[in-house]
Design a protein around this ligand. Sequence first.
Ligand code: BMA
Length: 892
Amino acid sequence: MNSVSSTNLLSPQNLSLNKGWTIQNSSIKPIHIDVPCTVLEVLEERNIISDPFYGNNEGHISWVFEEDWIFIKKFFISNEILLFEQIELIFHGLDTITTIYLNDKEVSSTKNMFRKYEFDIKNYIHEGLNELKVQFHSPTKYVAKKIEKEHIKLNTGYAGIPGAPYLRKSQYSFGWDWGPKFPDIGIWQPVEIVSWNKVKINSVNIKQKLNFSKHKVHWKKSISSIQPVVDSAEVCIDLELDGKIPLKNMADVDIETSILLDSQIISKFSQKLETSSSSQQLIIQNPKLWWIIGLGDQILYTLQVIIRSHSSSLVLDERQLKFGIRELQLIRQPDQWGESFYFSLNRVPIFAKGANWIPIDSCIPRGKKMGLYEMNLHAAIDANMNFLRVWGGGIYEDDLFYDLCDQLGILVWQDFPFACAIYPYNDEFLKNVEVEVIQNIKRIRNHPSLALWCGNNEIEQLWPLLAFESRLLGKKVHRKFKVGYHKLFEQKLPFLTERFDPSRSYWPSSPSNGFSEGKKFKGSLLNLLKSNQAHTGDSHFWKVWHQSAPFSAFRKFNSRFMSEYGFESFPSLKTIKSFCPDSELDFFSSIMENHQKNLAGNAKILKYMKRRFKIPSSFESQVILSQITHGEALEYGIEHWRRHRTNFECMGSLYWQLNDCWPVASWSSVDYYGRWKASHYFVKRSYSPLLISIQESDSKVEIWGTNDLQYPVQSSVKWSIQNHLGVIKYQNSVEVNLDPCCSILIDKITLKQLSISRRELKNHVIFYSTQFNGIESLRDRAFGFRLFKEPKSFPLQNPGINFDLFPINSEEKKIQDRFSFQIKISAKKIALYVHFKVQDCDFIVSDNYFSLHPNEDRVITMKILLNKQGITKNLEELQKKISIESLFSLMR
Ligand code: BMA
């Protein structure tokens, strides 16, 4: 029971209703819980169902979503609260179909997971004990009934539960090609009662204009740095207020606005309230800018708004939020290839390095409590990412996600939550969506990390296929759906984003070339052909994986902004063992197949692996090889697109997908438990701000340098081509100046020059290393290698790996945690895909799955993450738990 005591009746009161609920249904007695939480989470926690992620349990718990569930909360209301003019019950997120009762009277009903619901409950409550009851109705029954009623089987194009598009609920929860069918139910965001008088802040919108003093150009060895200087920022704060103040009383209300930086007030002023909206302008001289990671600091200012009664000085409402000062533009300009598509941050062109983001868990509130937002976002940062796309089959993300992106310096492409489906587009649906969209734009728009609003995932491109699957082709009603698409994604959403967030760009769909902008949506075969082109807009490239093309296909496609491509692998053995008994450890066992949602995905992983590797007999080695294959695929793609950043030919690489929502074989590079797959280490190297990359072919080798920074970087690059015995056939080194924000070809060697025959190529490998001079806080040395042919044709020798552990010196230790130490590692012969294993615990290393040439030393930092078994901190004992493997030992 909660109670509110108020001494100041004019100040608003917030009464949290998150604690002390019960949940029950017709066959399950009341269970005591706190919200946010979901039914699935609670039933598992109380052992009413067995772990839904384990084995084939997924198929046995569909009854949970077929039933109604009741959440009940008793709370105390004091007489003082009843004196407020307005008393509102606010649900920040209900998943999804509910009827809400207060003291047995029906208050309202809900049908949208993405909306915040506010109800005036003054006439429903009384002094003393009150009872709030939220009855959740089955989402699966609801969508089934809709199909029956409408006679159209709208679905998501994946083997999920049909009918998902009829409900404004996260689409992935009905099943996706990496996700289980857990259309969960529950109060997934906080609940509160807010009582207030006269006036309440509805929303704040911070708009800004930066005044750049010409581009300052530093000439250094004939190369310019891109160093924008901003003299001042004009900040405009729009407030929207709720309330019914009679005009004559307006004069009694003051709005006080302050801007603070590091708790110091930078600017403060006050004005009289004139209407229910207000606009205040102020200028910040020499502002500190917000940058993405790698380009500068993530400076966040604080805005504080207080609404006060002039006569009594009492606070009527207040709001505090963080914001960054920055200019972000999507640059689409005609050029030699077609039309550019890139983001410019504070006038510095950004190459977007990142991945696609899916919901953190099948039970989102549980994932939040487990720290999965922090875990996944830190994994992104640790792998040198600066950009994420929140994919449309998921959700508008939690506030915590955007807060962390602001703090860490990650830009966010936000899809509206529509994916791979045809939606109903009737008036009721569109009205529901409109409220949802306005609320979420207002909630998210002040985050400096938010870069773009995008209509949907793949609907523009896939329309003809989706129409075929929903059996709309040839039917009269098909036209209605096309008109509906046009109305929502080409009229309503751009209109609403322009109106409520005018400084952000809107992009109709991903992928799109924007070709239907300003025209009526045709939904014809042309969509399939034109939405995904190389010369304009963003692209999804799925020849590799979905169409089984070799990795080299990546190098044949240049995109202006590659927003999706990817490759699958298994999660680590430890993760597999969390859902699979030892007897089923086989790619094709029924449990392993159930933890693979892409049709015949496991067979495809194996097929690709066989192209590149001999398949070892040990299951664990097979799993590791699947991850190396995955890593190589991503490396091929990322490095190719980064080589094309000059003149903005390609300015983004977002692979599919960063994370998982349960333990599964998928395209993720970090698994559900946060374990890095081999691919995440490949990504980390390939996304390094300063990159040396190799483009090899049957006739030549090219060595490229890429610099993502705003200033030139002097580097010394060395490389050598060796045969499998470590005999050096060629070596060279150059001093090179890497220009800011571009890629250059450093050297090109033909195989003729090397006198290596085509037949012998398979026995050769190129190693390179780089020293970047004068760069603090960045990886100042980089190493890499590339085989000329598939690894299976490279003759392996026992590399004779040696290693030693030693503590980190005290300076560095300050920034590392206590469980970090260094490993010095060397090999007598060529060692390919060197990687670490540590008994009993999880760890992250500074580099992994790298290669060593004979007698090369490498120093790696290891950080132990989990220490369940009480692993020792004694380095000698630790050494016994660590083993270092390579391709040679995987093949044994
Ligand atoms: C993309 C995505 C997802 C899907 C992935 C892998 O096109 O938009 O819908 O999960 O491919 O197939």
